[in-house]
Design a protein around this ligand. Structure first.
Ligand code: 3HC
Length: 338
């Protein structure tokens, strides 16, 4: 019997594909890392791009609510702290865009997708910052929630994402402490300052719980993302961890968390807490939160205003190499940076 030449090729291809898939599955099962040059299923790559890009956009858009207060900080010390913190968020965005670029998609493409409304950013940054206490509350609650969500991501299965998260989490930990310290200072101040802190906590508590995403039963991506080791914990597990971690901190601060159902459950060994308003989360994700339009308009304007910088950088990178001169040899990089 004669075979057509295409058949063995097809069979060999399928065998090779099965081998690659088996090697990928074994790496995931060992809780080892997938690296950029390793073979990976298209759907895994797509999920990573979706999640890492959303995370990167969140860091960059997340500069806006606090940036609102840089020019009105109550002291030079507070201004220096806030400037450094907002700058850190820009850095986090850049690490994450770089991690995403290892998956074959450029930062420029990701920015276009965000601006076209085809990629998301975290719901939390669509709430306004109405008082200086919000700077402290964002540090304490929002960065606190971010840490709960992101520490397990240091062990995510994709190497560049996990390594970026290690540094980000160290910085987020500082952010959370600076927020707590600011609130503690205000709580030791006047009655008006204490009231300002409580009012801020009242506004940010529920949106902070929503940062972890919809309940597990409605989380469309969790099951597959957890099977791939992209996510290490479910949305509800992390939300519970955040509540358990935050309740004693609220007591130390002397603020009340605005949830009448919040109480310790001896049997479960966890706090019970009320149900966030999931319709509100869905509306904010759809673009109908209090500040969605403002945040996107600001991001778009910043992107347009930065066009000349991108053009200049591109022209600089494309310039012809300078002609060799007979001038003394340039300092080595080591000497120049000594
Ligand atoms: N805001 C906006 N969209 C959200 C959301 C939120 N809080 N929670 C969920 N969603 C979206 C999801 O992206 C998904 O939509 P998509 O399929 O179109 O992408 C949909 O709602 C269903 O949610 P899932 O639970 O199925 O989605 P995930 O499995 O991706 O879980 C997540 C959501 C827990 C946010 C996960 O993506 C994650 O852990 N991401 C990495 C961390 C991150 O992005 N954090 C954002 C905050 S960054 C930050 O806090 C900065 C710091 O400086 C404060």
């Amino acid at each position: 019997m004669t075979t057509t030449p295409a058949e063995p090729d097809q069979a060999a291809l399928e065998a090779r594909q099965a081998q690659l898939q088996a090697s990928f599955d074994a790496t995931i099962a060992r809780h080892d890392r997938i690296e950029p040059r390793d073979w990976m299923p298209d759907a895994y790559r797509k999920t990573l791009v979706r999640q890492i890009a959303q995370h990167a956009h969140s860091e960059i858009i997340g500069m806006q609510p606090e940036g609102n207060w840089i020019g009105r900080a109550p002291s030079l010390r507070r201004k220096a702290i806030l400037l450094a913190k907002v700058q850190d968020e820009a850095g986090h965005g850049l690490y994450l865009y770089s991690a995403c670029e290892t998956l074959g998609v450029s930062r420029a493409e990701l920015t276009e997708l965000l601006l076209a409304g085809r990629q998301k950013y975290s719901s939390i940054f669509n709430y306004p910052t109405l008082s200086y206490a919000d700077v402290g509350t964002i540090g304490w609650l929002v960065d606190g929630a971010a840490i709960c969500n992101q520490v397990p991501l240091c062990r995510t299965s994709y190497g560049p994402y996990g390594r970026a998260m290690i540094r980000i989490c160290k910085e987020e930990s500082f952010h959370q402490r600076q927020g707590f310290e600011l609130l503690m200072t205000m709580m030791r101040g006047t009655g008006a300052q204490r009231a300002m802190v409580q009012e801020s906590v009242d506004r940010f508590w529920w949106p902070s719980l929503m940062m972890f995403g919809p309940p597990d039963a409605e989380s469309t991506n969790s099951e597959q993302s957890m099977a791939w080791g992209v996510k290490r914990n479910s949305n509800d597990e992390l939300r519970q961890k955040f509540v358990d971690m935050t309740v004693p901190q609220a007591e130390a601060l002397g603020v009340t968390l605005p949830d009448p159902d919040l109480r310790w459950n001896e049997e479960r060994g966890h706090h019970d807490f009320g149900e966030p308003d999931w319709e509100e989360l869905a509306a904010v994700i759809r673009g109908n939160g209090p500040c969605n339009a403002q945040r996107m308009a600001h991001r778009r304007a910043a992107h347009d205003d930065g066009a000349w910088v991108r053009e200049a950088a591109t022209a600089f990178a494309a310039r012809p190499a300078p002609a060799p001169t007979s001038a003394p040899a340039e300092a080595t990089h080591e000497e120049a940076t000594r």
